[in-house]
Structure formats: structure tokens, C-alpha cells
Design a protein around this ligand. Structure first.
Ligand code: BTN
Length: 328
């Protein structure tokens, strides 16, 4: 652990004052060094009270997703063990692709407080205001064929659903294949990108955007109705570091289960958590648009839809919108 984190931990473990001497003993450095690290922490936004003869007291933590703040909520073996932190970045996915090409290990995560070129699926842009959301990309190196790569979107959506439920008690669910909804409105989107050869995946970049505390007016005009922040739905500001730490923790758990036991073992959990099932849907494909009822997930995660003519069709990649329930 780095010195700064050790000083922070020594401070954070007590709700009252900790003497400079105690901290210096805990971290094995001089009191002058401790004082310098306290100043660094203050520069990072930590409010630390100092009182003569009593020592230091951690009054508050900044609303930042510093790697060591995420680490407090992580319970993983490899995901999030290396986190690259940025205040502003173009897109964490672009950065992750670069870092992956340079050989980053599996589980490396890129996070940013704000993205200036945040990207959504289908070439759309993704509003990523500073300090308001969880904008992250995780590098995975699964030993799968490129054909199976889309499954990672479903697996990640399940992890996001579980993290949201744990942190907020909101009833989150998956909108097939890679959005997460609360009250029918989008709180999170996932963009999976791949570096692959014909038969092997070199790296997957799993971009997860969670609208944690994004003000409603920060959403683009065409998303104002369909998107919502967890903070608006829960009625309180969320701890973004905790949300991300728990997302990565659930992500590792589902990913390991998939790799070790096979995708089949996740199907029931996916079905239970998919809001799309049992609903009237519109399927928008390159070849055209059609309607039906989503009835199941196939063994490989594809969406099974009975179309308006009564034919059973399997949807692998499409934009699927849920038609509102009729009022009657
Ligand atoms: C979508 O719903 O269209 C997908 C949105 C994905 C947004 C995330 S935020 C972190 C990562 N970096 C990006 O540029 N996009 C993804």
C-alpha cells in the first residue's frame, strides 16, 4: 500500500483524533513525513482537522472515485487490483483499449471523474459530467471465442443490477442485452469492445456507465424522458466509490462463475433479472423493425421473441425497446 493510503487508513480507522505519533508508528515513518502526507490528502480534498496535543481527525472524504476509495469496497482477486484514475479523459474505453494493447493484465480498470468524448452504443455519445457518475472500463481476457463475447454484456449487466440493489435497495433490472433500468428508465449502459483475431479474443473492454448522481438536466434532450439517475430514484446522493467497488466485486463473481462453470449456470439469474422478459417489445434490426413478446433467454443469452404473427424468433443483436403496458 502506498504511504498516503496508509496514513489515510490510520486516520480512517478512528472516529476521533489520532496522534501524529500513533500514525507515524502505524506507517513506520517520521512525524514530519506524516505531516507531509496529511497535506497531500488535504490537497486531494480530504478534510482533516488538526488539534494541538490531540493529533489529527478525518472529518470528511471528498466525492472522488480515487482508486484507494474504490478499494475500500472491493472484495476481489484480480478485478480492480490495478486502477488508473483520471480527472478528465476522452473516453475510458479508448484509454482501456490502448492500455490493453500495451499488455495490461486482466482486471485492470480505468476510471474518470468526467469524460469529454464518452461513447455509447451505435455511435451515440454518452453524457459523462464530472464527478456525477461512474465512468469505468475494465479489461478482461477471457479464453473464449469472439462469438461468445456478447455474453459479457449480459454478465456485466447482472453485476450492475446486483451492485445497485446492494447499495440502494432500488429494484434494478436488465433491459436486454446491456442496459440497466430502474422504474423503466435507464440508469446504466454498457459498451463492450473487443480486440480479437478470428478465433481468439485478445482483450475485452467492458465500459460501464452508471448515472449515479447525474442531474436530470445534464442528460441530452432525447434521453431526458428515458434516463434517470440513481440519486433521483433513491432520493439521496450516492457514494460513487462504493457503487463502483461493489460493481467490480459482483462483476468478478459472475465472470468467474461463467468461466468456471459455464454460461448455463447464470441463465436463471439472468432470466430473473431481465425486465424485458414477458413484455411487449419492438425489435429494431438493420433489416427492419418488428414487434412481439419477449418470452425467454436462449442457452447462449439470445432473446427469444414470439413475433406478432406468432413465430418464435431468436434475436442476437438488435435494439429492443419495451412497449409500455396498456392502461387497461
Ligand atoms: C450505451 O448505453 O449506449 C452504452 C454506454 C456506455 C458508457 C460507458 S461510460 C464508461 C465507458 N466509456 C465510454 O466512452 N463509454 C462507456
Amino acid at each position: 500500500m502506498r504511504m498516503k493510503e496508509e496514513v489515510l487508513r490510520a486516520l480512517g480507522e478512528s472516529s476521533g483524533y489520532v496522534s501524529g505519533e500513533e500514525i507515524s508508528r502505524a506507517v513506520g515513518k517520521t512525524r514530519t513525513a506524516v505531516w507531509q502526507w496529511i497535506e497531500e490528502l488535504r490537497a486531494d480534498g480530504y478534510v482533516i482537522d488538526a488539534a494541538t496535543r490531540r493529533g489529527y481527525r478525518l472529518v470528511s472524504r471528498p466525492d472522488r472515485i480515487y482508486p484507494w476509495e474504490i478499494a475500500r469496497h472491493l472484495d476481489t482477486e484480480f478485478i480492480g487490483k490495478t486502477i488508473h484514475y483520471h480527472e478528465y479523459i476522452g473516453s475510458t474505453n479508448d484509454e482501456a483499449k490502448q492500455v490493453a494493447r500495451n499488455g495490461a493484465t486482466e482486471g485492470t480498470v480505468i476510471v474518470a471523474e468526467g469524460q469529454v468524448k464518452g461513447r455509447g452504443r451505435r455511435g451515440r455519445s454518452w453524457a459523462s459530467p464530472f464527478g456525477a457518475g461512474v465512468w469505468s472500463s475494465t479489461i478482461l481476457r477471457p479464453k473464449i471465442s469472439p462469438y461468445d463475447a456478447p455474453k459479457v454484456a449480459l454478465v456485466s449487466a447482472l453485476a450492475v443490477v446486483r451492485a445497485i440493489r446492494e447499495v440502494t435497495e432500488l429494484d434494478a433490472s436488465i433491459k436486454w442485452p446491456n442496459d440497466v433500468l430502474v422504474d423503466g428508465r435507464k440508469v446504466s449502459g454498457i459498451l463492450v469492445e473487443m480486440d480479437a483475431e478470428l478465433d481468439t479474443v485478445r482483450a475485452l473492454v467492458l465500459g460501464i456507465g452508471i448515472n449515479a448522481n447525474v442531474p436530470q438536466d445534464a442528460f441530452p434532450e432525447d434521453a431526458k424522458e428515458s434516463a434517470i439517475s440513481l440519486s433521483a430514484a433513491a432520493g439521496r446522493t450516492l457514494d460513487r466509490a462504493r457503487l463502483l467497488g461493489r460493481t467490480l466485486t459482483h462483476l468478478e463473481a459472475v465472470y468467474v462463475e461463467w468461466m468456471e462453470k459455464g454460461f448455463d449456470t447464470l441463465l436463471d439469474a439472468l432470466r430473473e433479472n431481465t425486465a424485458t422478459l414477458g413484455r411487449d417489445v419492438r425489435v429494431i434490426e438493420a433489416e427492419g423493425e418488428w414487434g412481439g413478446v419477449a418470452v425467454d433467454l436462449a442457452q447462449d443469452g439470445a432473446l427469444v421473441v414470439v413475433d406478432d404473427q406468432g413465430a418464435r424468433r431468436t434475436v442476437y443483436a438488435a435494439e429492443v425497446t419495451i412497449r409500455p403496458r396498456s392502461e387497461s
